[in-house]
Design a protein around this ligand. Sequence first.
Ligand code: PGA
Length: 261
Amino acid sequence: MEVVIVDSPAAGADLAADAIAQLLRAKPAAVLGLATGSTPLGVYDALVKLHEQEGLSFAQARGFALDEYVGLPADHPESYREVLQREIVGRVDFAPGAVRTPDGWASDLSAACLDYEEAIAEAGGVDLQILGIGTDGHIGFNEPSSSLASPTRVKTLTVETREDNARFFDGDMAAVPKHVLTQGIGTILRARHLVLLAWGANKAEAVAATVEGPVNSMMPASALQLHPHATIIVDDAAAAGLAQADYYRYVFANKPDWQGI
Ligand code: PGA
């Protein structure tokens, strides 16, 4: 696990976007794992800039979202299908249908989850997965107590997550769906490179437990300790609880130039 502490969310977003750009240049048909929420928005802005100014192309790439709400109207602006369309997919040159979200509108949700797992496998697996982290330590929507081996499935959101996400629903927690489809922790761990981003003091506790605490289903993001290539990019505020922060800074400052994240 590599921990990179950056001066600002913008610097962290650039680092993640550069890793995606490097991947796409080496492997134009790469499979990207896309996250929603506030955290990755700077990454998407940086990718759009690279697309517009340097011709970075997504034309052969594919993408899979981490999760989707269940029960929103199909055209709701906060469905993750709509959010990804607005924030990244519609701003670059992805081919039509190249980015998928779990089907939160399916009449058979379990079958939709199975279908999603199969689609990821058929695409050859995810090359680089962007992740945010919930204040309760969730990745995707794998809430505390999620199996560390879980597949894509239906989950019930914690009250904490629904409170956190009420800001996307005009502050109305009652409007935040209770149920979601989410890639499981087992699914996420199969991606070849995990890049978890966290900004702000409200993430500091979860970040410290993820990096320096025990691997524990009550802190789902701690499963990243089991992954051979996990990069945690945090700003100073989100790094505030890390006991070994000086060491992580020293490691990154002394990293050879040829070695990306
Ligand atoms: P946020 O959400 O990026 O909106 O903070 C992160 C998450 O819930 O995974």
